[in-house]
Design a protein around this ligand. Sequence first.
Ligand code: GLY
Length: 463
Amino acid sequence: MKSERVLVYGTGARDHCLADEYIESKHVGKVYFVPGNPGIEYTAKGRRKHIERVPIRDFSDVAKFCKENKVSLVDVGSENPLDEGLIDVLNEAGIATVGPRKEYVRLENDRAFTDDLLREIGVPKPEYKVFENPEEAKRYVRNIGYQVVVKTNGLAAGKGAIVCNGVDDAEAAIDTIMVKKKFGKSGDQVVIEERKYGTEISFFAYLDGEHVLPLSMFAQDYKPACDPDDKETIELLGGNLNTGGTGCYCPHKLVKPWLTNRIIKEIINPTVNAIYNRLYWKYKGVLYFGLNLDPYGRLDVFEINVRHGDPEAEVILRKLQTDLFEIGMATCEGRLDTIRPVWNKNYYVDVIAMVGRSKDESGGWYPGYPGRYGEGYKITGLEHLENRTLDPGVAIFFSGVDSHPERGLVTKGGRVLHVVASDLELKRAVEKAYRNIEKFAFLDHNNNNANCMRFRRTIGREI
Ligand code: GLY
């Protein structure tokens, strides 16, 4: 019977997707999306009445709401509320949750800590060194000679890793993070890591304090803001192409059973073993692993996060057939050893519509995400959701959106909406995603309503 109520805490497309997946559960009749975003009003008609947006933020109000509305499970989708201790507040009030306690968010918000842990237990990762002083960091990049990635040592909304093309670039990145403090206090320390070339592989595992459930389904995330041959956008953004992800697909073309075994043996098992038996943490929630596979077959851990990846969740969770509520409850109750993930046969492709070049109020230009971008652009094409005129197998998830009294749903962020398409063949799923994203536009009211939407053309096409 669909009598259970779930609360998903978050504001982005990953959280929108989680809300959508919980409502698919045979146990769940209602999902509260808190504080949510107004895009949820535009989701498929049939679901709308089962997913309710509740725009409260304060953690004690959320706990009170859960009690009053008999919420059985809360899933916290993003790192900031986890870092601010939402799980601790809810557990204190006796509410069942999916997500780690504040103390365990250290795995994501203190890269140096996690890197040291991985190095100690022999999990492969690129060479790295941690700095608190920008001059010492610059001296280091000048001396080592190889290319690097400069990373903040704290949370930075997935944007705190700057991929550098040489020493000048690396010195500029150190200035951006440590001197100009683009990411605030997260830039007090930097981790300088050897730059690796190859293919990104992302996946998730659920932990229940005792067991691990690896979701052996791998996605490829595309981090650069534009395609490698898009010279115009590269120039416009001044080479600052680093984003939290511009699209992805799954299953990953390169991950075959032999590689899955290696990932479980070389990466998941030792990491989880260290969490349980070295740190003695009762970690309950999701772990995200971002890996690199180089052309010689070497695997390296790029990052570990304490929640689902965004946009990876939007493809992996849609492919998952196992009831998400059952996984969530098993996570809380230490029963993950009883769950076997089941997957449908489709490929899933997520292409993200970003705000591109647009005019500012004084007639100048914004370069667009991940550089400076304007806000409040009317989103057109929403009638396709209402009228169900998107292709079958296409779902839209919203992230940076807001309601405007005259313009309706408008942009309020760099990454605005995700078009997720599925098909039995990857090529057809890719074509479907691109055919459907063209049905939307962001109208730049300072530029005769020109469309300022931008998206990559190579998601799922190039490895
Ligand atoms: N897509 C990378 C992340 O969610 O951190």
